[in-house]
Design a protein around this ligand. Structure first.
Ligand code: FAD
Length: 448
């Protein structure tokens, strides 16, 4: 019995993937052409697909592995994110925290396994510190409301036995150069990556074991004794498939009515001049997450491949169940980001934004992944709930382990989760979610 799945939509990424654009151009992997056969196919070349490829190559040795990416590597969300590989659960400030202690400990353990796995890739493929930097991050507050979040975060970290360091206004200024933040909470376990460079270097490292094809979107898939994946110019036949396409898992017909497709947006300055760098002060590389989850993420990066010192501002989120955003949302985000930049960096008045972009996230109502064997020998590793550098790495590793080993101690811990919960119907979902996000952004006030 065979079943044909027509892929409903292909990814559309608004604006440039800035982290990729500021690097020297990468040499292209070929487009799939003609008919080939492999033991394994991975669809999607983001953090999840790369991790699945590496883990699979470790487990199956000499079997053949193909990775198909719809676009260029690192041009999708992989080259659009802020580059925080976060070990701790994102929101420890929830009032419902009391019963979540064991779950948080489990998540921290799994996140750290994924970061360790990424660290092994960084070491094996010779990534410099500018690409993979285990320097920690600061969660910072610019308002009394933000400071309340920090106090709650600190309480929960203490109960988890996690280390941290509180930074006062003067320390924040000395570190980040800006007067904006009243206080901050440093946690050491976060790795700051140049996300596009990480993906490119990991792919290059894997390319002796994995055949990588770019500009090769899967447009349909025949599921059967041997699966057949069709791209515009070629076909791959394989016995096992891992779908590492995040929210586009729904374009393959899986997890209907269970996934939220959110866009978030960012702007990156041009390279700062040496004079501007001096005016800014502070250390050369840092990352700040907002104390209020709907606030602004800010990052300073001193660059890789001569891309220069730059500042990246990320904020604003919209629910777009069509998996595409609009020019209007891009414009609104640009305005918000200019305002956030001006508030934080008055000493950099006149520094323009060189790149502006949006990127897809996939979330579920109950923050669960869309994971597992969705058809015989077809595994989904999707829905990374906005933290895909780590959660994607983890689910890619886990999909490979489930496909090859069936079970493993780490997989048992990972699988201790529910399915993504069913969503409310439209138009209530989109109207309600967008209104809630706007309200929360308004409440975030100065933290935006
Ligand atoms: C502005 C912004 C900031 C962010 N900051 C962070 C952060 O600091 N830390 C963090 O952890 N996360 C962050 N994220 C989220 C993170 O980028 C994603 O969670 C992560 O990229 C998901 O990884 P993935 O590999 O699962 O999916 P993706 O990166 O979306 O990769 C899936 C790939 O599949 C390909 N694909 C889709 N359909 C097909 C098809 N039919 N055929 C072939 N290929 C296909 C796509 O082109 C894509 O390259 C941020 C995202 C944005 C937009």
């Amino acid at each position: 019995m065979t079943k044909t799945i027509k892929v409903k939509r292909l990814p559309v990424d608004p604006g440039p993937a800035a982290w990729n654009s500021i690097l020297t151009p990468a040499s292209e992997y070929p487009r799939l052409s003609g008919d080939i056969t492999a033991d394994w196919v991975i669809v999607g070349g983001g953090f999840t697909g790369i991790a699945a490829a590496r883990r699979l190559s470790q487990l199956v040795g000499s079997e053949s592995i193909v990775l198909l990416e719809a676009k260029r590597l690192a041009d999708g969300p992989a080259g659009r994110n802020s580059g925080f590989m976060i070990d701790l659960p994102h929101d420890l400030s929830s009032e419902t925290y009391a019963g979540a202690h064991d779950n948080d400990l489990r998540q921290i353990k799994l996140n750290r396994e994924a970061i360790r796995f990424a660290g092994e890739m960084a070491a094996e493929y010779g990534m410099p510190k500018a690409v993979f930097n285990p320097c920690g991050k600061v969660t910072a507050a610019g308002s009394s409301r933000g400071e309340q979040h920090i106090a709650s975060y600190q309480k929960h970290l203490t109960s988890l036995g996690e280390s941290f360091h509180l930074m006062n206004h003067a320390e924040m200024k000395e570190w980040a150069g800006t007067d904006f933040y009243r206080s901050g909470l440093f946690t050491p376990g976060v790795v700051m990556i140049q996300p596009a460079a990480f993906i490119r270097q990991a792919a290059a490292g894997l390319s002796s074991k994995v055949s990588i094809y770019e500009n090769s979107p899967v447009t349909s898939m025949q599921v059967g004794a041997v699966h057949k994946l069709v791209t515009p110019d070629g076909v791959v036949k394989a016995k096992g498939v891992i779908l590492a396409v995040n929210g586009h898992i729904q374009s393959f017909g899986f997890f209907p009515k269970r996934l939220l497709h959110v866009f978030t947006y960012a702007s990156m300055t041009r390279a700062l001049t040496p004079r501007e760098v001096t005016r800014l002060g502070g250390v050369s590389d840092w990352g700040i997450l907002p104390a209020d989850p709907m606030g602004t993420t800010v990052r300073r990066s001193s660059g890789f491949m001569g891309s220069g010192d730059r500042i990246v501002i990320r904020n604003h989120a919209t629910l777009n169940q069509s998996l595409e955003t609009s020019a209007k949302d891009m414009k609104k985000a640009a305005k918000l980001q200019d305002r956030s930049f001006e508030k934080r960096f008055p000493m950099l008045k006149g520094v323009e934004m060189e790149h502006r972009w949006g990127g897809r996230l996939c979330l579920s109502w109950n923050s669960m992944p869309a994971f597992g064997e969705v058809e015989p020998r077809v595994w989904a590793a999707a829905c990374q709930n906005g933290l895909g550098t780590v959660k994607g790495t983890l689910s890619g590793m886990m999909a490979a382990e489930q496909a090859v080993l069936g079970s493993s101690p780490l997989l048992t811990q990972f699988l201790d989760h529910q399915q993504p919960r069913k969503l409310p119907p439209e138009p209530f979902l989109s109207m309600g979610a967008n209104m809630t996000m706007r309200w929360k952004e308004w409440q975030a006030g100065i933290e935006m």
